[in-house]
Ligand binder design. Structure first.
Ligand code: ADP
Length: 400
């Protein structure tokens, strides 16, 4: 039983007895010694009744939150954070100092965050978030939140909303562009159908011509809807695991055969050069086939008639490379970074007149990303364009 007493109880007993002995030795007063012993015994009882875990927890408990170093907490936050006291900046973390300047500590908050929206917001003591444009870079967008943290003090946080805003703008632009692209052929179809329903329908020559236009416009809408559906399918399948072993040589051969038979003289310009023993890539055969069709289709559309469209496949390190090269007007360098944006065209009139949807390269980019590959577009104005896609081959499993 005695063996089971915790160490702290033994220590308390020792201290209580030693204290009583010292009191008796110093004062030679038996009653004082007894009183000290009684006090010590009470202390021992109290200590012994505190559960062990509680005592341990008490020893190890972190300092109460009000003792945590506020500056260190603010500094550890990745986004810009300021602590204002009496309208002045009392603390600013490294992100805030980088954004607003190292000098802001001690400054009036309205001067530190040089933005009319922020100044009005802080002056009125509003706690609702407010959007601020142009702090830091001109196109940067921030959401400023201010919360009271005690008397006359406020925590101001700036949350970077630039990426979110860009994604939202892209979505809105995409819907607007897609609607516009669909409405144009639709308006044309409605116009011609109305005219056919009136007097023009009686003239066989006019009727034939107008029906051909209606057919072309309907086909244009169909291509657009197909490309839009392909894009959304590719995006929906973005995180689905790729499993199939795909032979790009077979897909390229199939695409060339189809385009050769469907595109008359221009189809005859396709040259296919496939290296021997091309390893398979892990991928989605339907998407990879569409990628090949889109690239060869572009080379046929934008290359000069009668010049070769060269399609090559070869291996490089652990990759399979596909290159489609044409001889045409080429692309001015300032357009190259934007070619894979949806509906981006160097010459919209030309693209539409030859049946382009403006989505071909956006689809190619998404397919390449899904296959963890790389897309390079190189072009020389007046000479031609070379598009190269590099796709990784599966790494061989180590022998066990
Ligand atoms: P489109 O349906 O208009 O061809 P893409 O997304 O396939 O749309 O291509 C975007 C734009 O890039 C085209 O409108 C065209 O201006 C340009 N482009 C693509 N491929 C070529 C090429 N091989 N040569 C010259 N310009 C090209």
């Amino acid at each position: 039983m005695i063996d089971e007493l915790p160490l702290r109880t033994w220590l308390a007993v020792t201290i209580a007895v030693a204290t009583a002995a010292m009191v008796w030795l110093l004062s030679r007063d038996g009653q004082a010694g007894l009183a000290a012993l009684a006090g010590g015994a009470a202390l021992v009882v109290i200590i012994a009744t505190i559960p062990e875990e509680q005592a341990a927890a008490h020893d190890e408990a972190p300092a109460p939150s009000h003792e945590l170093p506020a500056a260190a907490i603010v500094e550890a936050v990745a986004e810009p954070v300021l602590v204002l006291r009496g309208g002045r900046v009392a603390l600013a973390n490294v992100a805030a100092r980088t954004l607003l300047g190292a000098h802001i500590v001690g400054e009036d908050a309205r001067v530190a965050i040089r933005h009319p929206g922020a100044a009005a917001h802080l002056a009125e003591g509003v706690t609702q978030p407010v959007d601020l444009v142009g702090i830091g870079a001109l196109d940067q967008r921030w959401e400023m939140r201010a919360a009271p943290i005690g008397e006359n003090a406020r925590l101001v946080q700036l949350v970077d909303r630039t990426g979110q805003h860009a994604a939202e703008k892209m979505r809105v632009d995409f819907v607007a562009n897609a609607s516009h692209e669909l409405r144009t052929p639709l308006a044309s179809i409605l116009g011609y159908v109305e005219t056919l329903a009136d007097e023009a329908g009686d003239d066989p020559g006019l009727r034939k011509r107008f029906l051909a236009i209606v057919f072309d416009e309907a086909r244009r809408m169909e291509r657009l809807v197909e490309d839009l559906m392909s894009l959304s399918r590719i995006e929906a399948e973005k995180f689905r695991e790729l499993r199939a072993a795909v032979d790009l040589a077979v897909l390229a051969q199939e695409a060339c055969d189809t385009l050769t038979t469907t595109h008359g003289d221009r189809g005859a310009d396709i040259r296919l050069d496939i290296a021997e023993q091309l390893p398979p890539v892990t991928g989605d055969p339907v998407q990879l086939s569409q990628l090949i069709h889109n690239l060869i289709g572009n080379a046929m559309k934008y290359g000069r008639a009668g010049t070769p469209v060269e399609v090559s496949l070869w291996t490089q390190a652990q990759n399979v490379c596909l290159r489609v090269a044409d001889q045409g007007d080429g692309i001015p360098p300032e357009h190259l970074p934007r070619l894979t944006e949806r509906f981006y065209r160097v010459d919209p009139g030309r693209s539409r007149s030859i049946g382009g949807t403006g989505l071909g390269l956006a689809i190619v980019k998404h397919v390449v990303e899904r296959h963890r590959g790389r897309l390079d577009i190189a072009s020389t104005v007046g000479v031609g364009t070379r598009v190269t896609v590099t796709l990784p081959t599966p790494t061989p499993k180590p022998l066990s």
